[in-house]
Design a protein around this ligand. Structure first.
Ligand code: 6PG
Length: 245
């Protein structure tokens, strides 16, 4: 089953319009679901504006914060107050400004343990939240998973040609030696276990990788992502979309 469908591509004029559109989409999606709403967040720079918007009117007043749980799709193995921390970025842009119960925030542990122990610990936290050690297609782990894409094609911290791309049992792994800092990443099974997988991609520098992806380049990590509920959504700005549509 292809993980790509051009029918799931939405192109917005620019990064600001993209952030507003996705804030509307996420708020509508979360409001339409009853009970807890679990969100796996992407790091990096693209989603920051989305997170800032969600912390502002009218989203701040509309979003179901009390029943939303926040997880991270990947994390840099640095202290939570480190400039490179994805947790810090989300805390500063969003979580410090909205009424999310502290027990609903599930950061990747990055202090006082090894990267491998962090991955094991986070996997245990995910399984505890999920209520089982076995993922069921009928009961996705997340309601929404946000992903970005790196200029060379990585998603979360699943990098091209890395051994972690072959991991289909563990839910979380430690990636050492690809970036200066170790990375903790959800693996395909966890990333695919989502009601919706939504890529947020902006900027002309992402054009070439998107062109390769939609041309069917199976070497790209995003091409090997098969969400259990069907093809991922792509929210793009026009600069990134280029010739995709
Ligand atoms: C990270 C992200 C990573 C990101 C891409 C794109 O920890 O860096 O989770 O997977 O989504 O690198 O990053 P930009 O949005 O900054 O281009």
């Amino acid at each position: 089953m292809s993980s790509l469908s051009k029918a799931r591509v939405e192109v917005l004029a620019d990064a600001e319009a993209l952030a507003h559109h996705v804030a509307d989409w996420l708020t509508t999606t979360a409001s339409a679901k009853s009970g807890s709403f679990s969100l796996a967040l992407s790091g990096g720079s693209t989603p920051r504006r989305l997170y800032q918007l969600l912390a502002s009117a009218p989203y701040r007043e509309r979003f179901p914060w009390a029943r939303t749980h926040f997880f991270w799709g990947d994390e840099r193995f640095v202290p939570p107050d480190h400039p490179q921390s994805n947790y810090r970025m989300v805390r500063e842009a969003l979580l410090a400004h909205v009424p999310v119960p502290s027990g609903n925030i599930h950061p990747v542990p990055t202090e006082g343990l090894t990267p491998e122990a962090s991955a094991v610990s986070y996997e245990e936290a995910l399984k505890s939240f999920y209520g089982s050690s076995t993922l069921s297609q009928e009961q996705p782990l997340f309601d929404v998973t946000f992903l970005g894409i790196g200029p060379e094609g990585h998603i979360a911290s699943l990098f091209p040609d890395s051994a972690m791309l072959e991991e289909r049992t563990r839910w979380v792994g430690a990636v050492i030696g690809v970036k200066p800092e170790p990375r903790i990443t959800l693996t395909y099974p966890a990333l695919e276990s989502s009601g919706e997988v939504a890529f947020l991609i902006a900027g002309a520098e992402k054009g070439p990788i998107l062109k390769r992806l939609f041309a069917g380049d199976q070497d790209l990590p995003a091409a090997r992502l098969h969400p259990v509920t069907g093809p991922a959504r792509f929210f793009l700005d026009r600069a990134a979309a280029g010739s995709v549509q």
